[in-house]
Ligand binder design. Structure first.
Ligand code: AMP
Length: 187
């Protein structure tokens, strides 16, 4: 029987300007992680979906491990200072490495460039065989459909084999994403 997953890394938007629907999704993800007794591993921010997610994990009894570069932490109001652990790193690259080290599975919520970069990095590492952890993408109201169209283009043009669809899982809701992660284990 594989060990139960405890530390889930979530990538999501740092924007405060986005629609409330996205905040509902982040809060729901936080509620599920908190109530499920998980530790959230994330970018340590208090802004956008990141902040909503971390606060919701705490409200529902979960633990929060934030990993934030010194330069971002120095910016007032950006870091989630009440994280159970807030690790600071010298660079963005080191920050991603620390998040990756602690993560037993990855969940991707709607986000922008930063989120996309983080998602594609763990996807590429999995493609190359560096890890076999679950990657669940929460495709809220088809938010990621344009990206998934690009992925289809990769398959059509054989820049990636169709079998690579299995590297990531598409979920409509955080609940479905978490079900996938739980069933997948940390193979
Ligand atoms: P974005 O999707 O461009 O909003 O970037 C969000 C992702 O990049 C998060 O998963 C974070 O790891 C990182 N990030 C971007 N901005 C911040 C910030 N102000 N504080 C902490 N992390 C951030």
């Amino acid at each position: 029987m594989p060990e139960r997953i405890r530390n889930i890394c979530v990538y999501c938007s740092s924007s405060n300007a986005i629609d409330g629907t996205y905040f509902d999704v982040a809060e729901e993800a936080g509620r599920l992680l908190g109530a499920g007794g998980y530790t959230l591993v994330y970018g340590g921010g208090s802004v956008g979906l990141m902040g909503a997610l971390a606060r919701s994990v705490h409200e529902h009894g979960g633990q929060v491990l934030g990993v934030i570069p010194e330069a971002l932490k120095a910016r007032e109001g950006v870091a989630y200072e009440i994280a159970d652990r807030l690790v600071t790193t010298p660079t963005m690259q080191k920050r991603k490495a620390v998040m990756y080290q602690h993560a037993e599975a990855f969940m991707v919520l709607p986000g922008g460039f930063g989120t996309l970069e983080e998602f594609l990095e763990v996807l590429t590492l999995k493609q190359l065989g560096y890890h076999r952890r679950a990657i669940a993408v929460v495709n809220t109201d088809g938010f990621y459909d344009p990206l998934l169209d690009l992925f289809e283009h990769f398959y059509d043009e054989r820049f990636a084999p169709e079998t690579h669809r299995a590297l990531y899982h598409l979920a409509d809701t955080p609940e479905a994403a978490l079900h996938h992660i739980e069933a997948y284990g940390d193979a």
